[in-house]
Design a protein around this ligand. Sequence first.
Ligand SMILES: Nc1ncnc2c1ncn2[C@@H]1O[C@H](COP(=O)(O)OP(=O)(O)OP(=O)(O)O)[C@@H](O)[C@H]1O
Length: 312
Amino acid sequence: MLQVNQLSFSYNNSQILSDVSFQLKAGNSYALIGASGSGKSTLLKLVYGLLDADSGSIFWNEKQILGPAYHLVPGMDYMKYLAQDFDLMPFVSVAENVGRFLSNFYLKEKKNRVDELLELVDMTEFANVKAKFLSGGQMQRTALARVLALEPEFLLLDEPFSHIDPFQKRELATQLFQYCKQKGITILFTSHTPEEALMYADEILVLQNGILIEKDIPQNIYENPKNEYIARLTGDVNIIPANYFDLNINEVLYVRPHELQISNDGSEVKIKHSYFTGKNYLIYAVLNDLEICFVHKTALQPNERVYVSVLK
Ligand SMILES: Nc1ncnc2c1ncn2[C@@H]1O[C@H](COP(=O)(O)OP(=O)(O)OP(=O)(O)O)[C@@H](O)[C@H]1O
């Protein structure tokens, strides 16, 4: 279990993280989301012991994680960190990069382990290619295999799929998270892609200006976001005063595009544009003074007037 207690950190005199506390259960995956600059990478670096906290403490089970003021070489065997810059050795092969932390004493076991990991990240055919000749996505795959090599208990991954194209990301991410679940490896990963956080995390943690404002399961965060910041971070959303739908409550509704439907007893909207998304159309329309968007199976004509209501 990871236990973070009242952690605060500043660069020079600028406060980056304030009083952050949370627990992560062993064997689960956690997504850390937040706007750019909200402190996600800084939090990962603190948890890995790359920075010294101003105050607070971090424990992995009974072991306290301390910053560079307390040790010369950061990092522990039970924990691995994948930074955004991959940290590969450019002049050695993919296979050697992956096996970098494995002992040369048992060469056969080492080779088997490297082969297994290369297959997991779909890099077998590049085993003998020098890292400097790889594309960004291939480097990221290699770096992912490398942090798994010693089978850590806990993985910290900073935007682990940022260089992988969407077409291949689904397969790689599914393989990686399944593998870690089977092996009981705990993951804390950052992401700017709502689907990644929603699909692969057991729980999502939300940082805003260095403050942890939410930690909950993806379904709750997506369906009942506590505020506009969380609603927008987790996907497209319409923020509509409830009285626009004749609801007699003084609050705003967070309505996802697929939660609005055309119906005769709804509120009148004027169509602006229809965008084909493949599966259906995303329709932009004006409701009173607000631009909203909703999903519909056919295109609608500009200036057409229809009635929409909220599904939930
Ligand atoms: N070495 C540094 N020295 C001074 N300030 C820094 C340093 N590294 C990061 N910062 C600042 O700390 C704040 C948090 O940065 P951090 O990289 O943790 O954010 P992030 O949420 O990971 O952002 P992104 O999503 O863009 O990667 C930012 O304002 C950033 O400019």
